[in-house]
Write a protein that binds this ligand. Structure first.
Ligand code: NAP
Length: 251
């Protein structure tokens, strides 16, 4: 019987999720590369299989319970029982409070919070059966408050409470849950923010880097490295934690 562990990384077609998926494959895990559109996962899957790793593209909407249940079952059947989950899928619908619509609020809550709930709930039985598991949730420095992101900051603060409660409930089954709260990471998400406020991305990055103690913006691999630690065997006594990966202190 294979001892290879199986991970599900959501929103893994690009950006942080793609980097996490590739890193976990380098760490020896079989990886389900899950995103809204299975075809969009092809590049991430190819990058993994080209290096001799094992990966499966899975199309699912994390906000939809039935879609997630079907996806998690597919992973269990075709790749192996998923005992590692990285809840990374995310969207922004930024606006100042007085201009934000209920749809903007609900869309962000549905992907980040309901999405993480759906995926973790569907996968937890495999972790409990195995007596081992790792959940890593993507929060953000925006959890501490960020102008124009009342929906997103509430969702990302919610991810921290979700993480701590998972740690308390699932610890006795050998499952840890931790959160990563990235600062500015160079991806399509931050490129879209620059475009929305009408600043060229290079200028936006330069201005952000000037505010960051290590004097650079982050890259997806910075987050992948932290995820790799949290899912490692040796991190079994680290649970319910939030690590800010932001090039400097945040609190
Ligand atoms: P990204 O480049 O926009 O990638 C997000 C991915 O999630 C996309 O492939 C997107 O698919 C997918 N996705 C969106 N809604 C989904 C759904 N309902 N079901 C399944 N997949 C879905 O974002 P990123 O910058 O890599 O961010 C990844 C995570 O890190 C997010 O949770 C984000 O909030 C968090 N984060 C990012 C930063 C940053 O600076 N970039 C900072 C802090 C936290 P589509 O392309 O089809 O929409």
């Amino acid at each position: 019987m294979s001892t290879q562990k199986t991970a599900i990384v959501t929103g893994a077609a690009r950006g942080i999720g793609a980097a996490v998926a590739k890193r976990l494959a380098d760490d020896g895990l079989a990886v389900a590369v899950l995103d809204l559109d299975a075809d969009a996962c092809a590049d991430t899957v190819k990058a993994i299989t080209d290096k001799g790793g094992k990966a499966l593209a899975v199309g699912a909407n994390v906000a939809d319970e039935a879609s997630v249940q079907a996806a998690v079952e597919k992973v269990a059947n075709e790749l192996g029982a998923p005992t590692v989950v990285v809840n990374n899928a995310g969207i922004t619908r930024d606006n100042l409070l007085f201009k934000m619509t209920v749809d903007d609020w609900d869309a962000v809550m549905a992907v980040h919070l309901r999405g993480a709930f759906n995926v973790t709930k569907a996968a937890q039985k495999y972790m409990v059966d195995a007596g081992w598991g790792r959940v890593v949730n993507l929060s953000s420095t925006s959890a501490l408050g960020n102008r124009g992101q009342v929906n997103y900051s509430a969702a990302k603060a919610g991810m921290q409470g979700f993480t701590k409660t998972l740690a308390i409930e699932l610890g006795k089954f050998g499952v840890t849950a931790n959160a990563i709260a990235p600062g500015f990471i160079e991806t399509e998400m931050t490129a879209a923010t620059a475009e929305r406020i009408g600043v060229p991305f290079e200028d936006f990055k330069k201005a952000s880097a000037a505010q960051i103690p290590v004097n650079r913006v982050g890259v997806p691999e910075d987050i992948a490295h932290t995820a790799s630690f949290f899912i490692s065997e040796g991190a079994g006594f680290v649970s319910g934690q939030v690590v800010y990966v932001a090039g400097g202190p945040k609190d």
